[in-house]
Design a protein around this ligand. Sequence first.
Ligand code: GSH
Length: 205
Amino acid sequence: MAPSYKLTYFNLTALGEPIRFLFHYGGIDFVDNRIEKADWPALKPKTPYGVLPLLEIDGKQVLHQSVAIARYVAKVVNLVGKNDLENWEIDAAVDTVNDVRAKLAAAAFETDETRKAALFETLKDDTLPFFLSRLDSQAKANKGYLAVGRLTWADLFFVGILDFLNILAQQDLVAAYPNLQAVRKNVLAINSIKAWVAKRPKDQL
Ligand SMILES: N[C@@H](CCC(=O)N[C@@H](CS)C(=O)NCC(=O)O)C(=O)O
């Protein structure tokens, strides 16, 4: 019997969306369990590290850490590399996207307005051009994908989290990067992903 999956996250794209993309890509049923903010304080102490997302398998095992969960689901849906070196390339692309996320989050969630403005200046002038130009070259070398010259979970990870990164950055991060736009286009052209994006909750961030 096929395993049953329950993904618990907030009503956000953010860290949950790459995992949702992977399930939809593979045509795998899962419960998309979205926690209301009001219910979170009661649930938080019952989670392994006090954060979401979590993936429950067959009501028994509880997996945590969004990237590790995405990698697990990527194996289930066959979007991983063919050998260790390919898997390194895919993992490195995902980790680089996550480095960008961490830098954006540090600025976006800064509460001191002066410090926040300075962090956004550095992002605009240095950090974002540095990372995005390199990621764009990588996508060019891989013909519209982030790694190994074909679709992998790194692409679904990037496009799944991109809406959230754009909210943090207050801009479309790929606007000046045609090869990253190609990655987005390639992922959003996949029928199952297109269908999911068309029907997913609209009130989420
Ligand atoms: N490294 C963890 C980070 C998880 C994380 O920070 N989740 C946030 C939401 S994006 C959370 O649960 N925040 C609620 C809280 O800290 O109380 C992962 O990737 O799963």
